[in-house]
Ligand binder design. Structure first.
Ligand code: NDP
Length: 291
C-alpha cells in the first residue's frame, strides 16, 4: 500500500526539537538565536511567507527581526542593511526574501550576506562547500526533502535517484545532497530526452519543475519514493487549488511512498530554515551542533 509522507507532522516534530534546543542554548549559555528577514516591496505571496517564517521562528524561541523596504530601495541601501546585519551579534541568520524587484541584483545581494549567516544556503561559498562535501549551510527545501527521504527509507546509499529540475535553489543542491548520501544521481531538465524512461528507472524521484501534474503514474517505478516539491496554483471548475508537479491520483497507485501537495515538502522548508538558524547560532558561538 502506498504510504503518504506526512511532511506537516515531521515538520512539527522537528520544530519541537528546535524549540527544546533553543531553550537549552538560552538556559546554558544565555544565547538566543536571531533570524533577520529582509523583504523588499509588497508582493502578497512573499508577505505570507515572511509572516509565517516570523511566526514559526517566534514559536521555536528564535528572535525574529523583520526589515521591510520599499520596492524602490537602492541597491546601496540594501547592501548597507546587510552589512549592518552581518555585524550584529544578535543576528545569527539573514534571509532576503526572493524574488527581488528587477532593479536590484539578487546575485550581489546574496554574495553580500556573510556565509556563516546565510541560512538560505544560496551564497556561492555554501554552494561550493556543499558540492565538495565540506560543512555548509544547505538550502532549506532540498534539506527538508532529504530529511523526509531518510525518515522514509533509512539508508539511501546505492539508491537510484532522479532529480527533475536543475534550479540553484532546489534541483542542483538536491542532487548534491543525494550524492553526499551515496545515491546514484541523475538530474533531468527541460532538454532531457526520454524523460519518462529516466523517471521509471528511479527508486527515488524528486520533482521540482513547476509544471502541475507533469509526472504521472506510468512514469513511476513500482514502489518508488516520490518527493513532490512543486507548488502550482491551478484553476479547476471555477476554484483555485494547489497542485504539485506529480499527478497524485495516478502516482499514488504505483509509488511506495509519496508526499502530498500541500502538506508534504512545504512545511519542512520553514522548519529547515529554523534548523539552519540554530546551526548558524551554534557555529558562530563555537558550540557543538548535532545534525
Ligand atoms: P525553476 O523554474 O527555477 O526550475 C524549474 C526546473 O524544471 C528547470 O530546471 C527546468 O529546466 C525544469 N523544467 C521545466 N519544465 C520542464 C519539463 N516540461 N520537463 C522537464 N523539466 C522541466 O523552479 P524552482 O526549482 O524554483 O521550483 C520548482 C517548483 O518547486 C515550483 O513549483 C516551485 O513553486 C516549487 N518550490 C517549492 C518550494 C517548497 O517549499 N515546497 C520551495 C521552492 C520551490 P531548464 O533548466 O532546462 O529550464
Amino acid at each position: 500500500m502506498t504510504r503518504i509522507i506526512d511532511g506537516k507532522q515531521q515538520a512539527n516534530r522537528l520544530r519541537e526539537v528546535i524549540g527544546q534546543e533553543t531553550l537549552g542554548l538560552q538556559e546554558r549559555h544565555g544565547i538566543r538565536p536571531g533570524l533577520a528577514v529582509v523583504m523588499v516591496g509588497n508582493d502578497p505571496a512573499s508577505q505570507v511567507y515572511v509572516r509565517n517564517k516570523a511566526r514559526q521562528a517566534g514559536e521555536a524561541g528564535i528572535a525574529s527581526f523583520e526589515h521591510r523596504l520599499e520596492a524602490n530601495v537602492s541597491q546601496q541601501a540594501l547592501l548597507a542593511l546587510i552589512a549592518t546585519l552581518n555585524a550584529d551579534p544578535a543576528v545569527h541568520g539573514i534571509l532576503v526574501q526572493l524574488p527581488l524587484p528587477a532593479s536590484l541584483s539578487e546575485a550581489a545581494v546574496i554574495q553580500a550576506i556573510a556565509p556563516d549567516k546565510d541560512v538560505d544556503g544560496f551564497h556561492p561559498i555554501n554552494i561550493g562547500n556543499l558540492a565538495t562535501g565540506a560543512r555548509a549551510m544547505v538550502p532549506c527545501t532540498p534539506l527538508g526533502c532529504l530529511m523526509l527521504l531518510r525518515q522514509q527509507l533509512g539508508e539511501l546509499a546505492g539508491k537510484r535517484a532522479l532529480v527533475l529540475g536543475r534550479s540553484n535553489i532546489v534541483g542542483k543542491p538536491m542532487a548534491n545532497l543525494l550524492l553526499r548520501d551515496s545515491c546514484t544521481v541523475t538530474v533531468a531538465h527541460s532538454r532531457t530526452h526520454g524523460l519518462a524512461e529516466e523517471c521509471r528507472r528511479a527508486d527515488i524521484l524528486v520533482a521540482a519543475v513547476g509544471r502541475p501534474g507533469l509526472v504521472t503514474g506510468d512514469w513511476i517505478k513500482p514502489g518508488a519514493t516520490i518527493i513532490d516539491v512543486g507548488i502550482n496554483r491551478i484553476e479547476e471548475q471555477g476554484r483555485s487549488r494547489l497542485a504539485g508537479d506529480v499527478d497524485f491520483t495516478s502516482a499514488s497507485q504505483v509509488a511506495g511512498a509519496i508526499t502530498p501537495v500541500p502538506g508534504g515538502v512545504g512545511p519542512m522548508t520553514i522548519a529547515c530554515l529554523l534548523l539552519n538558524t540554530l546551526q548558524a547560532t551554534c557555529h558562530q558561538h563555537r558550540l557543538p551542533f548535532a545534525e
